[in-house]
Design a protein around this ligand. Structure first.
Ligand code: SAM
Length: 307
């Protein structure tokens, strides 16, 4: 029987989860910090020479949340001319079912862009990208909602440094706290006892620490590092579509997420049901569904320049 950590870090588990994965969960919070990403992207686009395409790398990009964010930004107007001309995006994930799902969606929604090769989804382990990813070949690297999910994040940051051009920028984004997980932690403590460690404490917590982000970026060879913490409030509908289908899809996504293996680690089958009931009860008490509940959280954005 694999441990929760084995599941959390396994490409197999993410492959199984891929059909149910809802990148709306990332797109909502990503949109709230987009203003800290796009000025950097736009500035890099401005500086890129006419002849050279601006190359953006995305590590652990799942089924395309970051690409969707970039597409929405340019579709909305700002810097739109660059999308046709110079921008090349390579979004990677070690779960092939994620990159295949993203490729299929792009082919269906934007066949001309898919055919142009301007946006590519490639199956690759960000800890060891290998020779297909040349040294110093990307102007901007995004590793958003990635660091806390990768088994050896230090190795991942070194790889990202290797493929980022000197003077190029890395931007990372991690949750520090999120009310839905706080509720789940509270329910876990009710079931397992008050000294039960928080799920964030064990896996995600250190990425909510600005100093930790800075230290890892510095060790990987980035300079001029900044890290900032943002309090955010999301409408439930930023994360979940307010319809029966939307709620069912969110439930399927939550049930099959490798992160849930960590949440339910050490619980008997009966306790898992108790946990689910406790979380539903919390929503019921507030007379809301996942789609109508407000979600609060804290995000840490860190960025640095490849020295
Ligand atoms: C929570 S998802 C985030 C995906 C995307 N960044 C988003 O915000 O929607 C975490 C992703 O990390 C990927 N992942 C975990 N370890 C990885 C690794 N070593 N290399 C590449 N991807 C990895 C998983 O397959 C999963 O798609």
């Amino acid at each position: 029987m694999p441990s929760a950590a084995d599941t959390y870090y396994s490409a197999e588990a993410w492959n199984t989860h891929a059909p149910d994965y809802q990148h709306r969960f990332s797109l909502g919070p990503l949109s709230l910090v987009a203003e800290h990403i796009f000025p950097k992207l736009d500035a890099a686009l401005e500086q890129a020479s006419e002849a050279e395409a601006l190359r953006v790398f995305i590590g652990a990009g799942g089924d395309g949340a970051e690409v969707a964010l970039i597409a929405m930004h340019y579709a909305a107007g700002s810097g739109r001319e660059h999308l046709g001309k110079k921008l090349q995006i390579v979004s990677t994930d070690f779960a092939s079912a994620m990159t295949e799902k993203a490729t299929k969606a792009l082919q269906e929604r934007a066949p001309a862009i898919a055919a142009s090769g301007q946006i590519k989804f490639i199956t690759a382990d960000v800890q060891a990208l290998g020779p297909d990813f040349a040294d110093e070949s990307f102007h901007l690297s995004l590793f958003t909602f990635g660091p806390a999910y990768v088994k050896d994040p230090e190795a991942a940051f070194k790889e990202i440094r290797r493929i980022t051009k000197p003077g190029g920028r890395i931007i990372t984004l991690s949750w520090k706290t999120m009310s839905l997980i706080d509720d789940a932690d509270r329910a876990r403590r009710m079931i397992l006892g008050e000294d039960t460690p928080s799920v964030y404490g064990t896996l995600v917590g250190k990425w909510g620490d600005e100093a930790h982000n800075k230290a890892v970026l510095a060790a990987a060879g980035f300079a001029e590092i900044e890290a900032k913490t943002f309090e955010i409030t999301l409408e439930g509908t930023d994360l979940v579509e307010d319809s029966l289908e939307g709620l069912e899809a969110a439930q399927r996504s939550a049930d099959s997420s490798p992160a849930i293996a960590v949440l339910t680690d050490g619980l008997t089958a009966e306790q898992r049901i108790q946990l689910k009931v406790a979380r539903q009860k919390k929503l019921q008490e507030n007379n809301v569904t996942l789609a109508t509940a407000k979600v609060t959280g804290t995000l840490v954005v860190a960025h640095g320049i490849a020295a």
